[in-house]
Design a protein around this ligand. Structure first.
Ligand SMILES: NC(=O)c1ccc[n+]([C@@H]2O[C@H](COP(=O)([O-])OP(=O)(O)OC[C@H]3O[C@@H](n4cnc5c(N)ncnc54)[C@H](O)[C@@H]3O)[C@@H](O)[C@H]2O)c1
Length: 348
């Protein structure tokens, strides 16, 4: 089913119209930062509502936080015909969508993404969920938002590190399905805030939607969107276990894209020149940490929980030239280890 997505200056007026339809009550889910920076502007466009506030950050994308959301919905008599508006980044969209999808067996929800990452990726396509037992997105549902409203005005207050983090998913989209856009990025290397506009956001949403509409439940082509995420999620989970070394989702995906581009190269999918171009773009935008040598075994173990695995084998989405991909590629452990060494060598 095509998801209704509204972008541009009229998006919030459209939200105003839709949220005033016959819902029995309206709830707005924010984290502490989106409450401070985004809610004051957003509330002007909303009918009477109750706010639900959670702590910010990936470490709170948990069952315990979800339970708090369900408690608040229950306390305020949320019913089957209540609407939940998720106002925040990927954490709010993922967790709010999951909470709405389960509450009373499912209530309607709307995403109002406020980070670049959520605008170009997380708010769209119906994947919702939470982290569990140290693994990313271990529990979740495929469950589409009724509509998504993207207003880039929210990005003004987003810290620069978060803007760059979101740019990882833009680079990913171009690597799997935007050869020309990747070439332009390589040639110009514009600062992210200069580069991002409504047209770029719309292009990225279109790349994601084209893929997710063909394969909403990720049986095949949707796995393309996981490029960079097999290593990326394992690295992100590893860093989450060490909260003093904070790594953002997009930064983990950037590391994952270097590792998986190396694997693509080592297995004949891309040339040395293409591998060098990908590294040039990623290292231009990202400041990334070394992966400690003793982390590699933990990362390999974390990969065993990857949702793309079949019969216990770690499966990757790899590049087949820039702008094209192959899914379900099983890779020897020594090549995965080499890819992490290659990544570290690029930082030396
Ligand atoms: N469902 C999907 O398809 C999908 C796709 C990609 C990523 N994700 C998930 O998205 C999450 C990452 O999302 P994220 O990077 O948006 O992180 P996030 O939601 O944690 O937001 C990043 C930080 O920015 C703050 N923030 C948000 N909007 C702000 C604004 N306008 N001004 C100031 N501060 C603001 C937040 O409070 C938070 O501290 C991960 O959990 C990842 O797994 C999901």
């Amino acid at each position: 089913m095509k998801q209704d997505i509204f972008t541009g200056t009229a998006a919030l007026s459209k939200l105003s119209e839709i949220s005033r339809q016959a819902f029995s009550s309206v709830f707005v889910l924010c984290d502490e930062n989106t409450l401070a920076h985004c809610y004051p502007r957003l509330k002007e466009f909303l009918p009477a509502h109750q706010t639900l506030i959670i702590k910010a950050g990936e470490e709170h994308k948990t069952l315990a936080t979800c339970e708090g959301i369900w408690q608040q919905l229950t306390l305020h008599l949320g019913g089957r015909n209540s609407l939940l508006i998720n106002a925040g980044g990927g954490v709010i969209c993922d967790m709010g969508g999951f909470a709405a999808g389960c509450y009373k067996r499912g209530i309607p929800f709307i995403n109002v993404p406020t980070t670049l990452l959520a605008m170009v990726d997380a708010a769209v396509g119906g994947k919702t969920g939470i982290d569990f037992a140290g693994y990313k997105n271990q529990i979740g549902l495929f469950c589409n938002a009724s509509a998504v409203f993207v207003d880039t005005g929210f990005l003004k207050t987003l810290p620069d590190r978060e803007i760059v983090s979101g740019f990882a998913e833009v680079i990913k989209h171009y690597l799997i399905a935007g050869k020309n856009e990747f070439q332009k990025l390589l040639n110009l290397k514009l600062p992210v805030r200069t580069y991002i506009d409504d047209a770029v956001i719309a292009k990225n949403i279109a790349i994601k939607q084209d893929i997710t509409e063909t394969d909403p439940l990720e049986k095949g082509p949707r796995k393309a969107l996981n490029f960079g995420h097999t290593t990326g999620h394992a690295v992100e989970s590893y860093f989450l276990q060490n909260p003093d070394k904070k790594l953002l989702h997009g930064e983990a995906v950037a590391i994952g894209m270097i590792s998986e581009s190396y694997i693509s190269y080592a297995t004949g999918g891309i040339s040395t020149n293409e591998l060098n171009e990908i590294c040039e773009v990623i290292f231009h935008y990202f400041k990334l940490p070394v992966i400690p040598g003793n982390a590699v075994n933990d990362i390999l173990k974390l990969m065993l929980q990857d949702k793309k695995n079949i019969s216990g084998k770690t499966n990757f989405t790899l590049l087949n030239g820039i702008g094209n991909y192959n899914i379900d590629k099983s890779v020897e452990e020594n090549v995965i280890i080499e890819s992490v060494k290659y990544y570290n060598s690029m930082l030396a």
